[in-house]
Design a binder for this molecule. Sequence first.
Ligand code: NAD
Ligand code: MG
Length: 396
Amino acid sequence: MSTQQWVTVLGSTGSIGTSTLEVIALHPERYRVYALTANCSREAILAQCLVHRPQIAVLNSPDDGQWLRNELASAGVKTLVETGAEAHSVVASAPGVDIVMAAIVGAAGLLPALAAAQSGKRVLLANKEALVMSGALFMQAVESSGATLLPIDSEHNAMFQCLPLQHRGGLEQHGISQLLLTASGGPFRGWSQQALANVTPDQACAHPNWSMGRKISVDSATLMNKGLELIEACWLFDATPQQICVVVHPQSVIHSMVAYHDGSVLAQLGNPDMRTPIAYGLAWPERIDAGVKTLDLFQVAQLDFEPPDEQHFPCLGLAREAMQAGGTAPAILNAANEVAVEAFLEQGLGFISIGDIVASVLDQSLTSTVDSLETVLDADRRARKLAQQCIIQRLR
Ligand code: NAD
Ligand code: MG
């Protein structure tokens, strides 16, 4: 690789964004930061700008933007500061950009990730919600623009590594019988219903193997994360929900597997560190140093597997059903979940109620086929409203 590539990191101050910048910093000869974007963490993005000297930094509010402009000016850094939701999409699709890391959390990440896909970038997709909400549109955008889509979610990155290079068009025709989606089981694996009822946000955010943002940590604890990942895998690899088997593997060393008709099962293993899939996405098909220690199998010693407990963790089943229902159902599931997780983190909604809210929003919603982005965004808006109403009733 001779020329330097320009990278935009959407959601640069988050867990994935920070890890991405760590990998980039190991390879200054290969990568230069074009833009960094965040919602409101202005101190964090300032510190990143001082180190990485991007052309552009984006924050959502004009006040935060002005603060950042002043700080950068007094530090003598020439980074331009843009503000507003649309600015994320602008820096994701700017002509000079080669690679876009899509690491904004939740539905807010959809439009910028889509902008990157539509403009033919190498898209490193961490924002699984984008595919859950609008998988058909997203994959169409990738196809028609010639974008390169590389999954960063560790499970999908693992599957990608274990799949044949050409794997689109249905698993069967490539001799694949099943995708084995591994799950840690989250921090509450084996807990009773009574214990789950009293779970606090801090307990839910303390994941045993991975250090992640708060929303995805709660999703991991409810197993909604595995549900969202099942939907994500269906879109990425043209799989049906029936072709995906969720396997609880508490050590999080095998990041997922692909089973072939000849009886082979290929797995990707590694320490649970997102810098590995990030480095893979940045350099694919080459391999570069990620700053991650080699897996010590003697220290791991044991690999365990068990089926998921869908009775205590109903969110996985809800996601599977939403994917089977198709159309806007996954977008509705995602929106209801985002609102319910937020209410659990901020308003004292019970942990168990997250699944109840999602189920009742899905029950009360009419789904339609996805013919445009507007359909998806409309379903998202309606589901959020409905979820808010359900939550108010519950908290009363
Ligand atoms: P995080 O909460 O740590 O970071 C989120 C980032 O998005 C921050 O930079 C934040 O400023 C930005 N952001 C939030 N709301 C925004 C908005 N409205 N507009 C613009 N920017 C906004 O989250 P994370 O753990 O880094 O996860 C990011 C995405 O990657 C999620 O979709 C998550 O599911 C996915 N993912 C994360 C991990 C992980 O290990 N953390 C693993 C796999 C997939
Ligand atoms: Mg994952």
